[in-house]
Design a protein around this ligand. Sequence first.
Ligand SMILES: [Zn+2]
Length: 105
Amino acid sequence: MSYITRRKRERKSPTSNSHRIHKRHVELRKKAERDLPPVTMAYRSPKGGILHGWCKTELYYIGTRSAGLYAEAQFYCCFCKEQIFLPVITIHRLLVWPEPRPRLR
Ligand SMILES: [Zn+2]
């Protein structure tokens, strides 16, 4: 057995210490996120787009920029004519809004 194969098996072992530390880290992160208030500045559409929290219109994606330690995704709302800067670490916490307003062109 090669060294690489052995290391891969060790990493995947559910009894290894690194696996336990990782599992503990994931549990702590989930617990910390449960205590956070819901994100209301943006929502997710049923199709997977990002909606503006105020008018529920689907946003146009402009780009992502780094802001200090975190990255921010920049969006534009054609209905309100304003830009929205959404921290990338909050995107997975967005709630789904079932009835989005159609996007203006
Ligand atoms: Zn808007």
